[in-house]
Ligand binder design. Sequence first.
Ligand SMILES: N[C@@H](CCC(=O)N[C@@H](CS)C(=O)NCC(=O)O)C(=O)O
Length: 231
Amino acid sequence: MSLKLFELVGTDEARPFSPFCWRTRMALAHKGLSAESIPWRFTEKHAIAPHRSEKVPVLLDGETAVVDSWTIANYLEDNYPDRPSLFGGEGGRAMGRMMNWWGDVTVVGGMFPLIVADIPGHLHPVDAVYFRTSREARLGKPLEETVAGREKSVEGFRRSLDPMRLTLRTQPYLGGDAPNYADYIVFGGFQWARAISPFKLLAENDPVYAWREKLLDAFDGMARKSPGYPV
Ligand SMILES: N[C@@H](CCC(=O)N[C@@H](CS)C(=O)NCC(=O)O)C(=O)O
């Protein structure tokens, strides 16, 4: 078995920061699998074009290329069935699909306007230009204008996590007594933010903060050991 993972980095190769790549990193660790990391930058499209992707994560398993974090999670679940389950059965997989959308729309989408202006400072000049140009075209305004007033707008993001906060009142993880892929979907977003932004997304007395602390410590502190700002 030879696993390799294309992961988004900036100027620091040892600081992977994609929320989607972090979902995959956590999923691999959950399965007890290790993958060689292949650092990848925004403008290095040629490196992943042979695998029919313009985005990362891309997982290589021998001759097989798997694209998209959700597809990768399913691939790992189906191809490494003797390892700990990421979903805990078909019901968990189906619910995980909804969590994946919630993670994309509410978690990653909610963090984006709070931290996006902090990203170019972590990129090589050519990637910073690509990132700023593509994201400002999407947003219709400068990155700095997007994050203006974030001390106030973070309150809406925090409120949007209420369904998760209420869930954590009665169970320690989204996956139940132990974390599963549902947790990694959400955690990937927080690990992205931690890698590239000093902005505090969570108050220290928030149950989601305590949950994040536990996942930072999971797998022998794998996520906490990865470079990031204090959270
Ligand atoms: N749905 C995809 C999203 C992947 C994605 O958007 N990756 C970003 C990095 S965070 C990317 O590679 N972007 C390339 C670009 O913007 O050109 C997944 O879950 O893997």
